[in-house]
Design a protein around this ligand. Structure first.
Ligand code: ADP
Length: 743
């Protein structure tokens, strides 16, 4: 089907697509159009990675907007929201408006009412529904990207419940669900009352296989020699062989640390193949990477990039990730070693893919676990660049004949698993039952059962009794903790229950926080509050490493009086969790005591992106704690607010006033303070030369800061900096504001 034959889409679309090099629809896209996706039909598209799912969504959304509607695109990862927005923003030249909803979970995102296309994560959409965002009723089309993630035990239930709510609120809603190839797409179509496009078509051939010994064995029975030299690893041999053909390789490994180590190792394989021009361009990119932040991860990445290799994982800052992806697409980087996050939607095709590790550590299983077929196939699907390569090749690695056979059986000749709803898990139901009652989707036990009947779980199970049993025990919990009130069959949310639902807290987190604050006899310390929020199920705790147990047991005894709520004994089962929370709390306390970012990432063995994540979560949980304290009339709200501000900026108490000024982060605030400027009032009256000196002679920065603090004449013309100023141009102030805001 040629794009000019499309009906029901906006007039400008065919020409726009032509400009992007899209003339003929790919077969699954044509099938989607035949199924009515441009005319408002709901659709499930189960299509391989990199086969043009985004365009199916774009056809549906633009057609829906052209009919006067409004579209919502649900992304699986926050990191992908920006990328999708950038793609959809190309429609703004035709008068469409595009908005991304990220940020706090407790607002109703009113401004989004004016957007035609909204991009958000499922968690964000869930929270917007809870907060009664008025535009939800105006939605005419919702797209769910990577909908097979309803299978994810952690985040799947939110997606499932959110889609069910959107469809209940708006019975005419068009639902377009995009999925990787899965074993049971018909059940998704059944659940969503949608047409199904189930295809294995790909724009470029993909050959999967296994490397063993000195050869690769492909699924079609072909074998090629691919020799491994003495002392060489198979991965390096494959990368070298691909380079001989001027191709690049994507290597998937099972941990961040392995991704970093593999990139470092592979530099020796790729470095010799770089041209002088490539070297220069890579050096520029390395410099940009170093500018993003001054941590060890950042400099390790820059060092590898200079030599033509890189690593990619969720612990990287998003600017780092973008620089790596772009350089790989430009074929400057010859190899990228990645954790599976990269497979989940970022567009980085490569000639070859190596799935180096097919097992991964699982905390729940307490050991190594094989990856799912679905995950391995998604990684494999990144191989082959349409129009550039004759075909893509993805290889697993075997060390023995037996392993060769096992890998063929397990991954090459096997279909991906069916997806299964995880809604009947307790934490998921606890959260969603409260929210469903609080936001008016159900007002009784029987109403809840009716609502749950709209979920994938109900479509999929013939064991209805199980969900009902878990539901009843969760309702007991919610009533016992004053989140819900029960009167016969009727259920209503208490005022506390409403607050918890709007704050997007797990009710168990809220119960823990309320308990801790109610039992505090004196003003809680920051460490005590950091520990309180770190032990809620909403904070992903740091792991205890060997030796940590003793260290944190000592810290626990030293700070026992600061801890809120009852301290477990060392012999109780929850002791380990409690210590992990203390480790997380200590990290937050270090950050709020102005320790350097790189000292912290070293001390706790984490990446800068992890620190950012923990700080964000702590800030959110502490603002929720402040609201709960207010709601319950507890006197500790100011102490909570102080801890929140300190962790948000990474500062000690005395800098709170200064750090609130835009353009003044933790480091600048500290230097102003050291120069006798202790607050906003001081800043408004201070000698300009002192301000300029404290800000290392940066005129523009100083003017901005003075303007932001409300000084009437912020100009620094003819002002000389007082005191000793670092030599201009030495770059020392470049990363000065490495308050985490820049990640
Ligand atoms: P998926 O979401 O299925 O992983 P994408 O939507 O990212 O895949 O598409 C992969 C690439 O294919 C994109 O670069 C896109 O521009 C391109 N593409 C999609 N449809 C067509 C088409 N009909 N003709 C040519 N290129 C296309």
């Amino acid at each position: 089907m040629h794009v000019s034959e499309l009906s029901a889409v906006p007039e400008w679309l065919p020409e726009h697509l032509g400009g992007e090099g899209i003339e003929e629809l790919y077969p699954p896209q044509a099938d989607a159009v035949d199924a009515g996706v441009t005319e408002g039909e709901s659709l499930v598209a189960s299509v391989p990675t990199a086969s043009g799912k985004t365009l199916i969504a774009e056809l549906a959304m633009t057609a829906s907007v052209a009919r006067g509607g409004k579209a919502l695109y649900i992304v699986p990862l926050r990191a992908l929201a920006g990328e999708k927005r950038a793609e959809f923003e190309t429609f703004e030249q035709y008068g469409l408006t595009v908005g991304v909803s990220t940020g706090n979970y407790d607002s109703d995102g009113e401004w989004l009412a004016t957007c035609d296309i909204i991009v958000a994560t499922s968690e964000k959409v869930d929270s917007l529904v809870r907060n009664d965002a008025p535009w939800i009723d105006q939605l005419s089309c919702v797209v769910s990207d990577e909908v097979h993630l309803v299978d994810d035990g952690h985040r799947g239930p939110t997606l499932e419940v959110t889609l069910a709510k959107l469809r209940q609120r708006n019975p005419g809603l068009q639902t377009v669900a995009l999925s990787a190839t899965i074993g049971n797409p018909e059940i998704l179509a059944d659940w969503l009352d949608a047409e199904l496009v189930d295809s294995t078509w790909r724009p470029i051939d993909l050959k999967k296989g296994v490397h063993f010994g000195q050869a690769i064995h492909l699924e079609d029975g072909e074998q090629h020699e691919l020799g491994v030299r003495d002392g060489e690893k198979p991965t390096a041999a494959i990368v070298r062989d691909t380079l001989d053909d001027e191709g690049s390789t994507l290597v998937f490994v099972n941990s961040r640390r392995n991704a970093e180590a593999e990139a470092r190792r592979l530099t020796s394989t790729v470095e010799g193949a770089l041209t002088a021009d490539e070297r220069d361009r890579l050096a520029d990119i390395a410099a940009e990477i170093r500018d993003v932040s001054d941590t060890e991860t950042s400099s390790d990445l820059a060092n590898a990039v200079e030599e033509g290799a890189a690593f990619h994982h969720a612990g990287l800052a998003s600017d780092h990730r973008e620089l790596v992806e772009e350089a790989f697409r430009d074929r400057l980087l010859k190899v990228v070693s990645a954790t599976p996050t990269l497979a989940a939607g970022v567009n980085t095709p490569s000639r070859r893919v190596v799935v180096r590790d097919w097992r991964r550590y699982s905390g729940e299983a307490g050991g190594m676990e094989p990856l799912s077929v679905l995950e391995v196939h998604q990684m494999c699907g990144r191989a082959g660049r349409p129009g550039l390569d004759p075909y893509g090749e993805s290889l697993l690695l075997a060390k023995s004949h037996d392993e060769l056979d096992e890998l063929f059986d397990r991954y090459i000749w096997t279909e991906p698993e069916p997806v299964r709803s995880k809604l009947a898990a307790e934490p998921a139901l606890r959260t969603h039952l409260l929210a469903t009652v609080a936001s008016g989707f159900a007002g009784s036990r029987s109403g809840l059962l009716e609502f749950l009947d709209r979920t994938l779980y109900a479509t999929q199970t013939d064991e209805g009794g199980r969900l009902e049993r878990v539901m009843d025990s969760m309702l007991d919990y919610l009533v016992a903790n004053d989140f819900l009130e029960r009167d016969g069959d009727d259920l209503t949310a208490t005022s506390l229950g409403h607050t918890v639902s709007r704050l997007y807290l797990d009710p168990m987190s809220a119960a823990e926080i309320v308990d801790g604050l109610e039992h505090a006899d004196e003003r809680p310390t920051a460490l005590g509050l950091f520990h309180l929020v770190s032990r809620t199920p909403d904070m992903y705790e740091l792991y205890l490493r060997s030796g940590d147990r003793e260290e944190y047991t000592m810290i626990a005894h030293e700070h026992e009086t600061e801890m809120l709520g009852s301290v477990p004994s060392e012999f109780e089962e929850r002791w380990d969790d409690w210590l992990s929370a203390l480790k997380t709390a200590s990290m937050l306390d270090d950050w709020a005591s102005e320790l350097d970012e790189s000292t912290i990432t070293d001390r706790y063995g984490i990446g800068p992106g992890d620190l950012r994540g923990k700080v964000d979560t702590a800030e959110w949980l502490l603002s929720a704690a402040e609201r709960l304290a207010g709601e319950l009339g507890l006197e500790w709200a100011p102490a909570v607010r102080e801890a929140r501000t300190r962790v948000a900026h990474g500062i000690r108490t005395e800098l709170i006033d200064l750090a609130g000024v835009r353009g003044v982060g933790r480091k600048r605030a500290r230097r102003l303070f050291e120069n006798g400027i202790e607050g906003r009032a001081d800043l408004r009256d201070a000698e300009k030369s002192v301000v300029l000196g404290a800000l290392r002679g940066r005129t523009k920065t100083a003017e901005n800061v003075l303007e932001n603090v409300g000084r009437s004449d912020p100009s620094m013309t003819d002002v000389e900096p007082a005191g000793s100023v670092a030599v201009a141009g030495d770059g020392s102030d470049e990363n000065d504001q490495s308050s985490l805001g820049e990640f």
